[in-house]
Write a protein that binds this ligand. Sequence first.
Ligand code: NAP
Length: 269
Amino acid sequence: MNVYGLIGNPVGHSVSPPMHEAAYAELGMDASYVAFEPPVDELDAAIHGAKTLGIAGLNVTIPFKQDVMAYVEADPLAERIGAVNTIEFGGEGDPVGYNTDAVGITRSFEHHGVDLDGKKAVVVGAGGAGRAAAFALSDAGCEVHIANRTVDKAIDLGSQVPHASGGSLDTLESQLDEASILLNATSVGMESDETPVSKELLHDELTVLDAVYAPLETRLLREASEVGADTIDGAWMLLFQGVEAFEIWTDRDAPVDAMNRALREQLDG
Ligand code: NAP
């Protein structure tokens, strides 16, 4: 049996185990996915232990996404983003680290028939998800503007990403006018009815993806719908980062519909 898993702290409410287990059941695979919660100062033991025990692959979440880079050979995209959320074990050398949040974003737009090439995109947030979003959208051919509460982080990220700029949350007003993509990569709206972008700035030429997935319909997405914009909820990004990890680990096409059903059952419940 192949064992896959997730390391993070805390991982109690993770929806990844049922999503991946649904894929194994759908394809009749002899595999299992387990959530592990090592103490925050014992990442070294966790990674070496996983390798020694023959674990085939691990997802990585808060607070280990940056620190884990010391233990893996990061692929070029993960290296640029500065974070790894998927590890593939098994070879002779170091485990390989990927960032599937970035691919999760582009695959979410692709799935909804949105062509990113040549579009103007605005990313709100410059933390882990914001970095993945900015690189992913730039690589897909967008001109990217990053707006963040801590302005220096936005400007710094804007200088690292090709065809990008950064600024304060006040720059949203001028930047959103000509944008056709808006991506919320802040935690604003998570388990609350707050929004990072006021409704007056939204318009019907936008496709809005919210990385926040609890609730599934955030205030941002509700207000975007109200002005006639297209919306993509955060479960799609979560789904496609998992789909990408599954495909890296198994070299098989993921059963996307089965994974989506299992994920939405968890998030709706
Ligand atoms: P992070 O690294 O801690 O970054 C948090 C971001 O939110 C920063 O840009 C921060 O701004 C901003 N922020 C926090 N509170 C704010 C407020 N009150 N007003 C304005 N900005 C605020 O977190 P992360 O890992 O990027 O995650 C961000 C969100 O994305 C979380 O809700 C997470 O659950 C979600 N996410 C979803 C997926 C998915 O698959 N759907 C994947 C990854 C993350 P400062 O820089 O000024 O602090």
